[in-house]
Write a protein that binds this ligand. Sequence first.
Ligand SMILES: Nc1ncnc2c1ncn2[C@@H]1O[C@H](COP(=O)(O)OP(=O)(O)OP(=O)(O)O)[C@@H](O)[C@H]1O
Ligand SMILES: Nc1ncnc2c1ncn2[C@@H]1O[C@H](COP(=O)(O)OP(=O)(O)OP(=O)(O)O)[C@@H](O)[C@H]1O
Ligand SMILES: [Mg+2]
Ligand SMILES: [Mg+2]
Lengths: 165, 165, 175, 175
Amino acid sequence: IRAVFKAAFDDVAREFELTFETVFPGGHGRLVLTGSDDLLTAGIEVEARPPGKKVTRLSLLSGGERSLTVLAFVFAIFRARPSPFYVLDEVDAALDDVNLQRLLKVIRSFRGHAQIILVTHQKRSMEIADVLYGITMGPDAVTKVVAERLRDQAAKSQQLEERAS
Amino acid sequence: IRAVFKAAFDDVAREFELTFETVFPGGHGRLVLTGSDDLLTAGIEVEARPPGKKVTRLSLLSGGERSLTVLAFVFAIFRARPSPFYVLDEVDAALDDVNLQRLLKVIRSFRGHAQIILVTHQKRSMEIADVLYGITMGPDAVTKVVAERLRDQAAKSQQLEERAS
Amino acid sequence: MFLRSLSMRGFKSFADRTVLEVEPGITVIVGPNGSGKSNVVDALSWVLGTNSAKKVRGGAMSDVVFAGSPTRNRSNRAHVEIVIDNTDGYLSGAGLATADSAGAFSEVRVARTIQTDGEATYQINGEDVRALDVQELLSDTGLGRELHTIVGQGQLDEILNAKPEERRRYIEEAA
Amino acid sequence: MFLRSLSMRGFKSFADRTVLEVEPGITVIVGPNGSGKSNVVDALSWVLGTNSAKKVRGGAMSDVVFAGSPTRNRSNRAHVEIVIDNTDGYLSGAGLATADSAGAFSEVRVARTIQTDGEATYQINGEDVRALDVQELLSDTGLGRELHTIVGQGQLDEILNAKPEERRRYIEEAA
Ligand SMILES: Nc1ncnc2c1ncn2[C@@H]1O[C@H](COP(=O)(O)OP(=O)(O)OP(=O)(O)O)[C@@H](O)[C@H]1O
Ligand SMILES: Nc1ncnc2c1ncn2[C@@H]1O[C@H](COP(=O)(O)OP(=O)(O)OP(=O)(O)O)[C@@H](O)[C@H]1O
Ligand SMILES: [Mg+2]
Ligand SMILES: [Mg+2]
């Protein structure tokens, strides 16, 4: 069991360094095992250095920087140990436009290798959809769903306007 | 001390019902003292019923509904026991456009009675500014600030475009 | 394997039977606050076997049954089903042994039902099975029981604020 | 009373002296992730006397001193000052007694400084005072020491997830 965890940790740690640099170009991040020599009880510390800044404790990072750091961690696990699908519920809430684009690039890189379900309020995030589901709550507190297939580009931009939160 | 707390609680509870209906038109919310008969140790439960829905536990509400509910609580305290200024850091992150407008209406109602400092990524939130500060991080990891006074409407919409996160 | 469809009835705000077809690529779900987007995510976590009412934001598991509204009666039960395309034979685990050889199924249907009294059942391809069978079926696919591949709406903060010894569970589950 | 200006030097990412004029109405602060917006909020909490390093996201209070960057040396101290317009005589509390009659001051300056070794000082109108004097000065104005009027970036969740007995503190502080 220790060997299984160690192998997984090493793979995730390697992917984390790569994924961190994708969402923080010029920055550097790494995962560190801490707290115990026993691989069964050691904890995982996340070190993050955004570009141009000094290594700093995680708590001092901004809301968006913290989001992006933990997203890099989550995506590193997805890359090290792939699954057939991934579901992300409003993970983009704290991100500015530039960081959102970097995140969307990482998400798009999974396309073809896994199915992705993304819940969002951000218009930019809608742009990477192959299918867009618009959800509304009816007057009787029952949810209704409307689906749009968006491979047709012309329909796409119009529906994005209508569907946006 | 018990009397002081009871008076404050009653005022806040009354304001909470009013503020909740402003952000959830047609909905109903209230604060309840629980857990102990002693006013010094009783806790505060929040009951929230969004419009058209049944009373439900707070955990089952959506992310945006929870944000709005706790914002109504916070603003109820502000109204029951005013202060000279209020600072709100990205409280609008989980809100869709309609709910954001309702929140901005509540925030604007404090204008003239208190100073408000609002930190946001949302363009719509910038529209209620009297002064807009744009913040950027310089290459040496030092923050720079640029200020705009926005009473001049023409300048306003242009700067909103430039400053948006 | 990939997900073909997710259908819900009586589950949270999905009082009426609702079917979502899931594409191979990127599916984006949008809508106003409180419309039911995260409820879709909960449905997926739930049908895949989560044991934690907390993961679906309830106090008890029976909280997922549609509770009614001023203009609509509550449901008696919640039912969620996913249809998984198994033409690649990926799902061939022990879990399907109880339902004959899995490799033989190009389509695998997993369903979960709960009554308001909390009594719950699972089905694989229409046959009643135990929760354990569903777990075994999915464990080969990289989907752990805590479903680390489903990142819920508050979960980024949870991972950030977790103690280092808690954070390892995300890797343990994926390992 | 109202805030006239907030100035910071050596505080978090404000290595250079920065002054923000605060208007009577609504001031909105915008900018990219990590640019320093919440640091402005921290500066305000800090100069008004918060005792909790956690409230300003540090492990120790000295974490608020500008730590330097690859291209800039760290600062030796952090200094934040607010100028409060007191023409309405609102601020007349005991805290100003040490600095003569408060009512006489139409402008009250409160400053806080900390060195990298953690040694900290407060000033009211340029005179050294104790933290307690600042607390007493502000307590009349409805600004509690936990500064419930400053809603930080993660604070909505904190209030929501708080136990009922913890939640009462927000009302106690304002009462
Ligand atoms: N068992 C239930 N019966 C009826 N309604 C329910 C039940 N459980 C949850 N709901 C309702 O579902 C709504 C929450 O839906 P959901 O969390 O999916 O919203 P959302 O679309 O994700 O919104 P947001 O954008 O704010 O996150 C709540 O209003 C809640 O009252
Ligand atoms: N003592 C310090 N010295 C130098 N830099 C610091 C110090 N404390 C914090 N910082 C830096 O300040 C930045 C965080 O700034 P802040 O939290 O104000 O960002 P923000 O504008 O609120 O961003 P967001 O929109 O993501 O919330 C971090 O990158 C952090 O490295
Ligand atoms: Mg949601
Ligand atoms: Mg911030």
